[in-house]
Design a protein around this ligand. Structure first.
Ligand code: 4AZ
Length: 326
């Protein structure tokens, strides 16, 4: 078989570049692993080079581009609930975050970090036009179906510091794994809210661990429990994210819902399990902004696969292999 020299070169460059990417791949949260799907989604990214929850720690500035803060319109400094960006026009949150007064106007704050400071991060505030709560949200009973979708008045300016979470596959089972909760919620039961966005890693427990403590727990809920660590008042509606080891990207697996106090011994946290509401979410997106789309959990943006990514490296290799001034 005759081998096209250019094809050989392309293959060699590809192999070399892939090798470089793989060398970086082991534990790095920036890199790519197996099982990727190429498309235009750039979901679940974190920014590591930039910059209570109970028992957590400060995030870096703009570490989690997927976080949204929900505020009363005109009051951007009081984030009363969290949310997760899932499309360029939708934020996922909890049904119980909907204010009692239906006339209450809301906005979301994006790229927020330190609430009291205006200088460390350039935030974006967008008005909420619809607060769609689940039709069978059980407000007075066991808080079943504590899920809501916010529709925004304008496009989210997606970029380095603002971007969607990856969306989970149906029936994703992560019992026994770690998840991360992000929020400006209270630092302990009835405690103050922090100024800086917090993060904490929690263990996903079998649903039975929550059923032992709370009435009416269903498979639509995700139970978390880790000694001295928890979400708390104000974290509600916010992201429970899981690092997909196949892509090293973050997928929104839960919505903070409720619990008995915060980090109380023997009292797990209850979260709405996003994978159980895939169809509901997709239907509401379709009904409100038909062109909007979620990013599947195994999505890797096309830009990361551009070939050749570096014209200088390409030229140099060609030069070494076929001659020239190098
Ligand atoms: C709340 O009140 C709340 N520890 C949220 C989560 C938890 C407790 C309370 C879970 O918003």
């Amino acid at each position: 078989m005759r081998v096209n020299p250019m094809w050989t070169l392309n293959t060699m460059v590809a192999v070399l570049l892939q090798g470089a990417a793989m060398a970086d791949a082991d534990t790095s949260e920036r890199s790519l692993g197996g099982g990727q799907v190429r498309n235009n989604c750039n979901c679940g990214r974190i920014n590591k080079s930039g910059g209570r929850i109970v028992g957590g720690s400060n995030t870096l500035v703009n570490e989690y581009p997927l976080i949204a803060g929900i505020v009363n319109r005109g009051m951007p400094d009081f984030i009363f609930c969290g949310g997760t960006i899932i499309t360029e026009r939708h934020v996922l949150t909890a049904a119980h975050c909907k204010p009692e007064r239906s006339s209450q106007l809301l906005s979301v704050v994006l790229a927020e970090h330190k609430v009291s400071s205006k200088t460390e991060s350039k935030t974006t505030i967008i008005d909420v036009t619809q607060f769609i709560i689940h039709e069978v949200y059980n407000k007075t009973g066991n808080s079943e179906n504590d899920i809501a979708l916010l529709v925004l008045a304008s496009q989210i300016p997606l970029g380095k510091n603002i971007g969607p979470a990856c969306f989970p596959k149906a029936n994703l089972n992560i019992v026994g794994q770690k998840v991360r909760v992000i929020g400006w919620g209270a630092l302990h039961t009835n405690g103050p809210q922090p100024d800086v966005l917090q993060k904490v890693d929690l263990d996903v427990q079998p649903t039975s661990a929550c059923s032992k403590v709370y009435k009416g727990i269903t498979e639509g809920q995700l139970c978390t429990y880790t000694l001295r660590k928890d979400s708390c008042q104000g974290d509600s509606g916010g992201p429970v994210i899981w690092r997909d080891p196949g892509t090293n990207r973050y997928t929104v697996v839960g919505i903070v819902s409720y619990g008995y106090g915060c980090a109380e011994p023997g009292a797990p946290g209850v979260n709405t399990k996003v994978s159980a509401y895939r169809d509901w979410i997709l239907q509401k997106i379709q009904q409100t902004v038909p062109g909007a789309a979620i990013c599947p959990t195994n999505a890797i943006p096309t830009e990361e696969w551009k070939f050749p990514p570096d014209p200088i490296a390409y030229y140099y290799l060609h030069c070494v292999l076929y001659g020239g001034i190098c």
